[in-house]
Design a protein around this ligand. Structure first.
Ligand code: KG4
Ligand code: ZN
Length: 347
């Protein structure tokens, strides 16, 4: 089956052409540099850029794959979660193509697609514990198949990537700060600054990052290193130590919940996806856990991409899921999970 995957939920326009499970072409038009000037994603700007980028990207992707629109058999598009005005561009474009070509259309859950892209990497054995750690999500799922998913736990405030980005912003690192904190942390001392691991010890599958972010702010304020309070951000070794200490605390907020979820669910296989899955501190800590078989999505597919949308779209289509031209974006994860019939047992 020849599937065109389309992603426009945030600040990356991404498409991919997947044929019989093989990725034939993919392309990403990133707007990150433009949004960086504002310290975060500006929805209307994102929407406009998606509109400009999407058609040329699809044309290039088809040419790279050596196929034409007439060869496409299924269109998979991100339906949520994400920014409404950004999602609308992809959904409307996908509907137009599906109607013009008289081929089926399927709306895809972006958060779950961060895990299901594992299928594009090779054989996946279900069930597994899925950890999605991105700029928008920190969620734990029990994944038993393309239409058999349960939400086990989630952050009660910020997502992990959001915490990286906000801490980076505090010390003047450009958005998104996750990769730079990861890089700087490598030369810092993770024990240099005492920071909390919010909710890590609680016997539940809920996570929280906002207290950690506040603790970093308080530390910077006390140290006279908070630019927003009129002082100068740390540099050199002090910045590396801050990054290492924060990253260690963020990782140690996540890891105990992965262990708890796996134990409770009796799962040994774990798939980790989303932008923060590229983090080296997280990879090292999870890999060191005894008794767990951890599969990290390859870094290129941890970031938003079209392959993950095409892959989950096809899997759900084969499982009998159908959408029509009434398909509408659903910006929030919880309403989308409800619409998809995904049980929530977060506790
Ligand atoms: O999955 P993604 O591309 O977009 C969302 O769906 O949110 O994730 C982007 C997030 C950003 O917050 C970015 O700072 C973070 O992933 N990120 C990282 C790393 N690479 C990207 N965070 C920590 N360490 C990294 N190496
Ligand atoms: Zn994402």
């Amino acid at each position: 089956m020849v599937v065109l995957g389309i992603e426009t939920s945030c600040d990356e326009t991404a498409v991919a052409l997947v044929a019989d499970g093989v990725v034939r072409a993919e392309g990403v038009a990133s707007q990150v540099a433009e949004h960086a000037a504002y310290g975060g994603v500006v929805p209307e700007l994102a929407s406009r850029r998606h509109l400009e980028a999407i058609d040329p990207l699809v044309t290039t992707c088809l040419a790279d794959a050596g196929v034409t629109l007439d060869d496409v058999e299924l269109i998979a598009v991100t339906r949520g979660p994400g920014l409404l005005v950004a999602l609308l561009v992809g959904v409307q474009y996908a509907k137009g193509l599906a109607a013009a070509l008289s081929i089926p259309l399927i709306g895809v859950n972006h958060c779950l697609a961060h895990l299901y892209v594992a299928e594009a990497e090779g054989d996946v054995v279900y069930p597994y514990l899925g950890l999605v750690v991105s700029g928008g999500h920190t969620h734990l799922f029990r994944v038993s198949g393309p239409t058999d998913v349960r939400l086990l736990g989630h952050t009660v405030d910020d997502a992990a990537g959001e915490a990286f980005d906000k801490v980076g912003k505090m010390v003047g690192l450009p958005y998104p700060a996750g990769p730079e904190i990861d890089r700087l942390a490598a030369t810092g001392d993770p024990a240099a600054i005492g920071l909390p691991r919010p909710m890590a010890r609680r016997d539940n599958l809920l996570l929280s990052f906002s207290g950690l972010k506040t603790a970093v702010r308080t530390h910077l304020e006390r140290a006279g290193q908070l630019p927003e309070a009129g002082t100068t951000a740390p540099t050199g070794q002090a910045l590396a130590d801050l990054c290492a200490s924060f990253q260690r605390a963020a990782v140690e907020t996540i890891v105990p919940k992965v262990v708890r979820a796996a134990t409770r669910e009796g799962l040994t296989r774990v798939v980790v996806g989303g932008g923060v899955a590229a983090n080296r501190g997280l990879r090292t800590a999870l890999s060191a856990l005894p008794g767990l078989d951890i599969h990290f999505i390859r870094p290129a597919w941890c970031a938003d991409n079209g392959v993950m949308i095409a892959t989950l779209g096809e899997a759900r289509y084969r499982a009998g899921v159908r959408h029509d031209l009434d398909l509408a974006p659903i910006p929030g994860l919880m309403p989308l999970l409800d619409e998809e019939g995904v049980a929530r047992v977060a506790r």
